[in-house]
Write a protein that binds this ligand. Structure first.
Ligand code: ADP
Ligand code: ZN
Length: 712
């Protein structure tokens, strides 16, 4: 059957628009939904933010009966249910956070067909009571969210998930949909096997997250860099991932001292304090969280605008998962990784005690290769997950500033020679100090100021030396003796280089201007500035509304929706519902408040004498209601009075309370009406103007014509 002839798919599209407020399906969503509507099992693999939820929510709403969603994370369940309710869908959840009485009520509602989507924890699902509930309702779909929890290979294995094979056995006719963001093959096969749905069609979406801008910077001076990054975007939410519990606290303290609204989060804190911090972040009461990897698992916050890695993650899986917490709403977001050799040393020492040392080291090496990439970073990242981008992404630091290569032989010789002359007793920092001829006391105490290469590289900035040393390490000229205070050792290759038998090609470091260009914020157009100003106002309104209901702000409208609203500035129901993310329910619930805010903003700008896009006649209406005459409004708005009369006529046509008749005498109205009837013209004023020998002004003609048409 052709997909576009599928019964139910039309209905699915209607629900997408009317309930969720979206115009089109994203890639694969349509196929996944069709597959479920046909009654088939499916395995959905999509990155975070890809739009997995709609894949099961829409079939659940199209098909008769109800859907059960198995979900392991209590906080996510609550969020999903609230999001559905906001869109007018009857949904509920069952887990240990509810009292027995509350659970009974929900079960009875479910049995009575009052709930279309029921989220259930695996523990609850496996109880006998709940099994009886399942037997007594018509099920249309069984969705297994976070399905990787089924696999021992996965990172958050849940023993209860291995018992989910009873679903297919007990309900063979109900389609099962498993969903996960984990792509590796072993996990995929495990999911299919353990759920007993080997025949399920697999839908594998691209793992690319094109809205996340990838950046890597040297770790030196990272705190200042982080502070300046945050200060450039004071309204944005973000996460700073740190390697240790202690460093989350330290970094948070430094950010706080710089006047930034930051706090820390790690697994060593009392759980109630931790939960509160997370809650504040989710509700936009806290802008920045400095956290260990423990943070982010159970949060669905869609408007995290940036993720910073204060330290190198231990592998690319973690990195990908952590940056994936940014930009779930699809808006532009930023990932910045600060890279230092010190972190590699530390991570290697963690690995040293593991029985899987080799595997862990290999993964760390791939992480390091990403950080040191001289080609498109997105290509490097995706190739790790088995995907191959055809073109460079254009949205990573390497694409923006492709490295330029240079001859580094002399620099390498200087560094090698200096290291050898210390007896290979120094680490990177001291070696650079020697080369730069630093006056550091320790250097003098050890007599390093007397060696021949002292100051041999004094014309090269510290930052650049760091860049070169990183490359010399990669090229294998040096090794770090991790077991001897991380001092540098020269290798066999070093001799060849010193003799001049082995030319060294390295990339140029960023110039100071490049660095500056990277950190400077680009200039904005007036329109953008206005949209951003309005965005802030709409966000404040959203927060008030969310707080009154005790829900996170992004459940009212996502940032993406508010963004579009601030740019389009809708002021009528028809325009408002055109905004992506506004469905019928949200239009009814929130439309008036948001449109009021938009009109007030346009009016305020207009009163300041600015011409601003959107709802110009509504601004006129606001002044009219204050009792101003059309001429006064025209003066205030710096517009021609004819335009104001035209606005008032439009408002009249739209049914607003405008007393148009007052602008004409009875005689004027009578004679213009006769003119209209004689000429039989209703859509243009010019013939009328000429008909009256240019003696009746345009604005009177406009008003009379409007009155004439509305009476007809
Ligand atoms: P996942 O569960 O895969 O991480 P979600 O289901 O939470 O992702 O979806 C991420 C965001 O994308 C949500 O804000 C969701 O409303 C939005 N979204 C999903 N499908 C569409 C679509 N077809 N058009 C526009 N936005 C969508
Ligand atoms: Zn790129």
């Amino acid at each position: 059957m052709q997909i576009d002839q599928m019964p139910g798919l039309d209905q699915a599209k209607t629900i997408l628009k009317e309930t969720f407020g979206y115009k089109a399906f994203r890639l694969l969503q349509e196929q996944i939904i069709s597959n479920a509507l046909e009654g088939n099992d499916g395995l959905v693999i999509m990155p975070t933010g890809g739009g997995k939820s709609l894949c099961y929510q829409i079939p659940a709403l199209v098909l008769e009966g109800a859907c059960i969603v198995i979900s392991p994370l209590i906080s996510l369940m609550k969020d999903q249910v609230e999001a559905l309710r906001q869109n007018g869908v009857t949904a509920a959840y069952l887990n240990s956070s509810l009292s027995g009485k509350e659970q009974l009520q929900i079960e009875s509602d479910f049995c009575e067909g009052k709930i279309k989507l029921l989220y259930v924890s695996p523990e609850k699902l496996l109880t006998r009571d709940f099994f009886n509930v399942m037997k007594s309702v018509q099920l249309n779909l069984l969705a297994v969210d976070e399905a990787h929890c089924i696999s021992q290979w996965g990172h958050d294995f849940r023993p209860e998930y291995t018992k989910l094979d009873f679903l297919k056995k007990q309900f063979p006719k109900v389609p099962v949909m498993a969903l996960t963001a984990t792509a590796d093959k072993a996990t995929r096969n495990d999911i299919l096997k353990q759920l007993g749905v080997e025949g399920a069609e697999t839908f594998l979406a691209s793992f690319d997250r094109p809205n996340i801008d990838l950046n890597v910077r040297p770790a030196q001076g990272r705190i200042d860099a982080i502070i300046s990054h945050i200060k450039q975007r004071p309204d944005e939410s973000g996460i700073v991932y740190c390697l240790s519990r202690k460093s989350t606290e330290k970094v948070a303290a430094k950010l706080l001292a710089a006047g930034i609204d930051a706090d820390f989060y790690h697994a060593g804190m009392p759980s109630d304090v931790r939960d509160k911090t997370q809650e504040r972040f989710v509700r936009d009461d806290l802008k920045v969280v400095c956290a260990t990897v423990a943070f982010g698992m159970g949060i669905d916050k869609s408007n995290v605008r940036w993720v910073i890695h204060h330290n190198l993650p231990k592998n690319l899986e973690s990195y990908y998962q952590e940056i994936g917490r940014a930009g779930r709403d699809g808006l532009e977001s930023k990932a910045v990784l600060f890279f230092s050799y010190g972190d590699i040393v530390q991570l290697q020492s963690f690995n040293a005690d593991s029985s899987q040392k080799e595997l862990l080291d290999a993964k760390l090496k791939r992480m390091q290769q990403f950080a040191e990439a001289t080609t498109c970073r997105r290509k490097v990242l995706l190739s790790y997950f088995g995907e191959h981008l055809e073109e460079n992404c254009g949205k990573c630091d390497v694409c923006r500033n492709p490295p330029k290569f240079m001859d580094g032989t002399i620099l390498a010789q200087k560094a090698l020679s200096a290291s050898i002359r210390t007896g290979e007793k120094v680490g990177i920092g001291m070696l650079i100090d020697i080369l730069r001829g630093s006056g550091r006391q320790e250097l003098f105490q050890k007599g390093y100021h007397q060696i021949k290469t002292y100051g041999a590289g004094s014309n090269v900035p510290y930052f650049d030396w760091q860049h070169y040393m990183g490359q010399f390490l990669n090229l294998g000229l040096f090794e770090i003796a991790f077991d001897d205070h991380n001092t540098l050792r020269t290798t066999g290759l070093a001799k060849k280089v010193l003799k001049g038998d082995f030319p060294i090609h390295i990339t140029r470091p960023e110039t100071a201007e490049q660095r500056k260009a990277r950190t400077d914020t680009p200039k904005k157009t007036k329109q953008q500035e206005r949209s951003e100003e309005l965005f802030v106002k709409l966000k404040t309104l959203r927060k008030e509304i969310a707080e009154a209901q005790g829900i996170p702000a992004y459940l009212v409208f996502s940032d993406a929706t508010l963004n579009e609203m601030s740019a389009q500035r809708p002021t009528t129901d028809e325009d408002f519902i055109e905004i992506s993310g506004v469905g019928q329910q949200k239009l009814e619930k929130y439309g008036t408040d948001f449109m009021k805010e938009i009109i007030a903003y346009i009016k305020a700008k207009t009163a300041e004498g600015e011409k601003i896009k959107g709802a110009t006649h509504l601004v006129t209406y606001e002044f009219y209601k204050e009792g101003l005459s059309p001429e006064q409004i025209a003066e205030k708005r710096n517009l021609n009075p004819v335009t104001i009369y035209s606005h008032l006529s439009t408002l009249y046509e739209q049914g607003k309370e405008v007393d148009l008749a007052q602008f004409l005498t009875t005689e004027e109205r009578g004679s213009i009406t006769r003119g209209i009837e004689e000429l039989k013209i209703e859509d243009s004023l010019k013939p009328l103007f000429e008909h009256f020998k240019e003696e009746i002004p345009y604005h009177k003609l406009r008003v009379a014509l409007t009155l004439y048409k509305s009476e007809k």
